[in-house]
Every structure is written in structure tokens, then in C-alpha cells.
Write a protein that binds this ligand. Structure first.
Ligand SMILES: NC(=O)c1ccc[n+]([C@@H]2O[C@H](COP(=O)([O-])OP(=O)(O)OC[C@H]3O[C@@H](n4cnc5c(N)ncnc54)[C@H](OP(=O)(O)O)[C@@H]3O)[C@@H](O)[C@H]2O)c1
Length: 282
């Protein structure tokens, strides 16, 4: 079976490509990248392809059985058309199946909701494409949070508006294992899967930082209005409202979901303790 993974210059795309090589063999895995020169590993054939144009993907998908579409990073309204370019290229090139990395969360009206809404539209476009498909909805990656450690230490606290809401975290590597399974196993076709691990509060998350990184952090709960102001001061109006929107969703328990990970992978998702331990040891 020959597969193509998009955005292999990014962290999720490259993690999936590495796992795909283990499963399908190097010669059966191709990658696409907007910036191929950024791809240092894995050492696979990498085709230049920008989500804004179909042609690069049409070229990359010749002879490919299944495509893994990593969701783009552009403004939400632009992403829908970009993803359609990949879906249409897959159809035209005779690809049989498409697997898409979507996101958890309810549709809504906020700045962050616009990202969720655009992912749901691509899910619909895939379902209507006539291709076989499988869709994963990714939980929040734990890695960017852990990479923020120095800032937390500087402040002596983790401060946001999640309150007592629970969030189901995952990691890029856990996702990569699930996506290779979705590419490979046609018995999983035609469904949408929540690819998330266990749900924890921010107080519990703070405890994991203290345990694994020997810190003395405390959790500070802000109101959504207070946190929006803090975030917009640090990250500007757009990104600030996206980040504050994520924590508001956690507060509302929208990211506290039943996981379908075991159904996809055949074992339970790693615990948050294991994710922290893996991060520390890698
Ligand atoms: N679940 C979560 O917690 C979470 C967090 C952040 C993002 N996400 C979503 O998950 C996706 C993958 O995350 P990641 O960790 O791999 O992010 P990442 O490391 O920042 O990689 C983003 C990738 O998107 C590519 N890209 C952006 N615009 C493109 C375009 N017009 N055409 C082709 N490729 C384009 C980038 O290509 P270049 O190398 O050329 O820039 C890069 O390969 C993101 O794109 C986003 O949709 C999820």
C-alpha cells in the first residue's frame, strides 16, 4: 500500500510519516511540503505542494492509494478551499482513501470556534467527496504546554480561565500511531474518531509539571474576561482571542470527551503521566 502524508515539514506531518515508514516501508511513503527544503527527516520522497494550489498535490498523488491530509494553519475561511484542493487532487489522481486530521470541539461564534467550524466543513467536504475516508478529531497536544515551562516558572504559576473544566490531552506521537492505523485499516473507514487521552483539570496539569520538572507551580483561575485581556496583551488581538477561546472551551468542558483511541489503535491512549515521562526522556 502506498501512502502520501501532507505537511511533512511540520511536526505532526513528520511524526505521522515516521510511523508510516515503520508500517508501510520507506519506498511506499511520500510526503508533500510547502517548503520541502525544511524537511530534514524522514528521508522520503518529498513533493512541493502548497495548499493554495491543486497541481502540486496532483503530481504528488500519482500511484498513491491513501492520502493523509494534515489540517492547514491559515485563517479559517481560507483553510476550507485549501483543503478542497487536496481532496480534489486526490480524486483526480485516483486515490482510494483520504484520512483527515480534524479537531475536537463544538461549532460556535468565537474566534477559536471559527477554526472548529472550518474543520467541520472540511469533514463534510470529505464525506461528500465519494472517496473512502476516516476522520480523526485531535485533542490538544500536550507538547506546546510543556514547551511553555520556562514561562510558567518565571510567573510561578499556570494562569488561565479553564477553572475546574477538564481537558483531554494527547501528543503528536500518539496521534501519529492512530493516523497510521486509520490509513491502513479499511474496517475503520467511514467514521469520525475522537483521538484524545484522559481528561484532567489545570490543577492536575500543574501537579504533573511539579512532579516531572521539579517545579513549585500553583494554578490560578481567572475569569474568561480577565484571561482574554491578559492574552490579547501578550499575543495581540487575534491570537490572544484564539488562545483565550481554547481555555474557555476547557472551562465549559467541551474538550472533556469520550475517547475513541482504543478502537482505532487497539490499546488505550497513554496516560498524562506517560506523556510527561515520554517528553522528558526524548
Ligand atoms: N491539536 C492541537 O493542539 C493543535 C495545535 C496547533 C495546531 N494544530 C493543527 O494541527 C496541524 C499540524 O500541527 P503541527 O504541530 O504539525 O504544526 P506545525 O509544526 O506548525 O506545522 C504546520 C505545517 O503546516 C504547513 N502549512 C502551513 N500552510 C501551508 C500551506 N499553505 N500549504 C502547505 N502546507 C502548509 C507548514 O508548512 P511550512 O513548513 O511550509 O510552513 C507546516 O508543515 C496544524 O496545521 C493545525 O491545523 C493542532
Amino acid at each position: 500500500m502506498k501512502v502520501a502524508i501532507t505537511s511533512v515539514s511540520g511536526q505532526l506531518g513528520s511524526a505521522i510519516a515516521k510511523r508510516a515508514i515503520e508500517e508501510f516501508g520507506k519506498k511506499n511513503v511520500a510526503g508533500t511540503a510547502r517548503t520541502p527544503e525544511k524537511v530534514k527527516e524522514p528521508e522520503i520522497a518529498v513533493f512541493k505542494a502548497d495548499y493554495n494550489e491543486k497541481d502540486g498535490f496532483l503530481n504528488a498523488f500519482q500511484g498513491i492509494d491513501a492520502v493523509l491530509l494534515v489540517s492547514g494553519m491559515d485563517a479559517p475561511d481560507k483553510r476550507i478551499g485549501q483543503h478542497k484542493n487536496v481532496i480534489n487532487a486526490a480524486k483526480e489522481a485516483g486515490v482510494k482513501k483520504i484520512v483527515y486530521t480534524s479537531i475536537i470541539g463544538k461549532k460556535g461564534e468565537s474566534t477559536f470556534d471559527a477554526i472548529v467550524n472550518s474543520n467541520r466543513q472540511t469533514e463534510e467536504d470529505i464525506k461528500n467527496s465519494g472517496l473512502n475516508y476516516a476522520i480523526g478529531r485531535n485533542g490538544l497536544y500536550i507538547e506546546p504546554d510543556i514547551e511553555y515551562l520556562d514561562n510558567y516558572v518565571k510567573d510561578g504559576k499556570i494562569s488561565n480561565c479553564a477553572g475546574d473544566g477538564k481537558c483531554s490531552y494527547t501528543s503528536r506521537d500518539e496521534l501519529a500511531i492512530a493516523y497510521v492505523s486509520l490509513l491502513k485499516n479499511d474496517s475503520l473507514n467511514g467514521k469520525v474518531y475522537n483521538l484524545v487521552g484522559e481528561a484532567i483539570t489545570q490543577t492536575e496539569l500543574t501537579g504533573y509539571f511539579n512532579k516531572y520538572f521539579d517545579t513549585n507551580l500553583v494554578y490560578e483561575s481567572l475569569t474568561p474576561e480577565e484571561y482574554l485581556k491578559v492574552q490579547q496583551k501578550i499575543n495581540g488581538e487575534f491570537l490572544g482571542s484564539v488562545i483565550a477561546g481554547i481555555y474557555k472551551k476547557i472551562r465549559n468542558n467541551e474538550f472533556n470527551l469520550e475517547s475513541n483511541y482504543e478502537k482505532v489503535v487497539g490499546r488505550k491512549h497513554k496516560t498524562v503521566a506517560e506523556l510527561f515521562s515520554d517528553y522528558k526522556n526524548n
